[in-house]
Design a protein. Sequence first.
Lengths: 875, 247
Amino acid sequence: MTAGRPRSPAPAGLFRSFVIRNLRQQPLRSVATIASLAVGVAVVVAIQLANASSVRGFSTALDALAGRTSLELTVPGVGLDETRLTDLGWLRAYGLVSPVIDADVLLEVPAAGEAPALEAVRLLGVDILRDRPFRDYPLVEGDAPRLVTTQGFLDLLTDPRSIILTRQFAARHGLSVGDRVGLVAGERTVALRVTGILGDEGPASALDGSFALMDIAAAQWAVDRLGRVDRVDVRLADGIDVARAEQEIASRVPAGITVRRPSSRGAEVERMLRAFQFNLTALSLIALIVGLFLVYNTVSVSVITRRTEIGLLRTLGVTRRVVVGLFLGEAGALALLGCALGAPLGWLLAHGAVRLTSSTVSQFWIVSAATVPPLEPRMVGLAFAVGLPLALVAAAAPALEAARLTPLTAVRGDEDLDARARWPRRSSAGAVVLFGSGAWLAAQGPVGGLPVFGMLAALAVVLGAGLAMPAVLFAVRRWCGPAMARWLRVEGRLAHANLGSAIPRLSISVAALAVSLAMMAAIAIMVGSFRETVVYWIGQTLQADLFVSTARGSPAAERGGISAATEAVIAGHPAVEALDGFMGMDVSYRGSTITVGAGRFATRLERGGLQFKDPADGTAAMASAIGSDRVVVSEAFSLKYEAGAGDEIQLPTPAGPTPFEVAAVYFDYSSDRGLVVMDAGTFERHFGPERPSGLTVYLASGADPETVRDELNAALGPERRLFITTNAALRATVLRIFDATFAITYALEVIAIGVSLFGMAATLLTLVLERRREVAMLRLVGADSRQLRRLIVIEAGVLGAVTQAVGLVVGLALSLILIYVINVQSFGWTIQFHLPVGFLAQATVAIVVAAALAGLYPARLAARFDLGDVGVAQG
Amino acid sequence: MMAVVEVHDLRKRYRRGDTEVTALDGLDLTLEAGAFVAIVGPSGCGKSTLLHLCGAMDRPTAGEVRLDGRSLATLDDDELTRLRRERIGFVFQFFNLLPTLTVAENVALPLLLAGSDPAEATARAGEWAERVGISHRLDHAPSQLSGGEAQRVAIARAVVHKPALLIADEPTGNLDSENGARILELLQEVNRRSRAALLLATHDAAVAAAADRTVEMRDGRILRVESRVAAVASVTRPAFASAGSAP
């Protein structure tokens, strides 16, 4: 009626009466579309916020910690021997020099009546006299600044047991000057006293205040790095060009010392996170596609059901351009609301997503400070910048279809539905082309370490599935008719007939649901396969009976930690047959960070546990690495740096770049950053003596691991902060962490499926409303309310089943791309394919039932249609 | 002769916006088995409302409709549905076939909805399609039929379950005169052979003249009832027969 008598010929008035009023009259459909767009946009915003927060947290922390440092000198792995500092006296010609200890440690804060709280902090040990020009350390007393001279500051730190904390940290734990805290480094806990509180400036402003300051000598002692410094920071004198100085200093320092700008560390981390973030971003865009499918669907249904009105508008002189504008305006209005809701929703989702990213980020930096920033206008802008144009693109095709309608449409009325649906040739051909392109794209290599083609292949498969949907529905309609009529009686026969006529209307919403389900299936298969692979891998790898580590659930203090005395106590237990120690350290390798580790190869070979990818006899190859400059590397390292068995790699050592031969490549799923492992003897020869950070303990057969663990705990005493875990407990922990990491992925999928089901319910409702006259006719010739309900629920259930079937097939294709292309190119992991049959079967039943239930409301509505509608309308 | 439909003091009022519209205002009517009653009158006089109430499609504001001696007022929605399915057949001006079903399926629909064996229902539908002259179109979709053919399918569907009452609302209103005449002849034949009472609303005087009784309505009331003896039928039929021999 609004179209028949538009109050205003002006587009704005027309928009209000023709579009806005219609959206209000179809609340379910409008809400479904807005919700789906909001979720799509929210996922994109959430992932961007999460990515930004992890990198920003890292970069901000780096900037704050670096202060006014121009260049930093480091030695790979174990730090710089203090005695060599005197050889670097010439550095003073370039400016100021400050050696520092830079370590991740745990602080233990006593809590009244409870177990002490443990929090990871970044500890900087400095010579305050030298370091003050580099960084700001504003002491405070309450809210007021506490003004102290440099000498006064030195006095605060002269006591080797003093530590200065930040205001944020102190507030979190109710600490003040004079209180005691424990510093956990390796297996030791050192008792310290808080002698000052820093205000929120300089390094204290970074990492949410998880920062602590000590005197360099005290820090060396506390973290067991006597005689070594981690870094030498250089602040160039005014007027000296950084690039030139970097080059000159690099050419003069002894081999093994690296000179770089502090910002290069940030770039390194960003490079490492890039693949991870790229994958998350791509996944979030696929979620957005589901929303766009629904926008297309809503506008299409709007055009289909309002053909007569559009014809009338055209009769009354509305131009084609205005018709296009009206329907684009409809999409725009929906998108505006969707984006406005999506931005804050994304912010909420980001909190969950940060947990996911931070678990990866923390591999690089224990205190990643990955907190979600407040929702800034920039992110709200991003929501609109992504959602609005894409929604308009999605609406373009149906809007143009509307513009092609002539005034005659109004006179003739809507065409009858045709019982003879035709084979959708064009869309089928498009699907074939897209699937073919997907296969080709999946075979291409990575671009700059990113699986760009793999992602495009996934996109091609998703779009191909959308285009294939009319053909699938057509095939189902053609071949399932007799079965539906036989098993589901007259209602089945009618549902089958309706399905055929509704293919053009249903295809898009069914495709949207199918894409959601495909993504869920793909992720379920990928995660299931990954999990099975990890289960098998830990079954093979974790052969030891007990695992001893210095910090539970934290990669802190990876270097060193377990003293020789502790090892002797453990080795002395009568049930202990063998011990293997492991140590790992971060090393810069070809612009990225890798881990160089050491283990006792002889023990490992004797006990088994590594799965080799290359060569066939990996065990013999590993044995050949004992006592020689040969290493075994993880699969991720091998793929990322294209280093196979027999190849030579150059590792930075304190003596400068040193060649090592890759003896073997082994499977590893603990980290995607690349691991190079050498025999403990080789490691010591190149990097100096280092205590292990973890021990694996092999017991005599028949010994009970839990009993031995308890006995070892008793023998070691409470002052040694060690965690001894049994094999079974460690396996359970690994899988728990694995499952928690992927929990958010499932949560996002469930939301997407819920929204898609909602969209399908809205489409079913539209179809029922559109068939009002037919439904009334059915009631007239004797269909009772039960039969009507069965009819519509069967239609919905059949659609759900078809959708899930397509979702499973497409999901399988996507999972193959994820497993064999994207994962390998991004992380360097070979995952063994595994089909989680039980989960997929449960999901199938749930989806079919949920889809059938989605038909209940339209069915109830249909039973209330006025029978008088039958006689009066044209048909 | 036993009454199939008995209408007593039937009243129907609608609300349209703020005003109340009286569609029927105290109407009495009786149809015996095999009767052919035509309702005539200008648009808005209440013809369709009367048909809807007699066809158990709507409920009166006051008064009573009895079908086969049962008062419709005592039946709930599902019982009314069952009654329509078993005892009433409908033919409308715009055919109202289900576009997604074939001709055969459309005709068999009332039997299928009543739970008949699909094979038997299809066979009966085939028989009726043969009788109304559309057996060559059984597998076609309604959109592939001409107006006359579509209305024949509608008639076959209306009688396939052997109803006691056949309701026809302007059955020839959407057809040219030649096809209209054939459809009227077909309805008369069905009415004569099956002994179903035929209640037909029309604007066409020639169609009305074919009925045994013509009820003229105005403003929701019966203005005049004109009865013809059986002999009248023999006068009118040749006139239609000249328009075409086949129904």
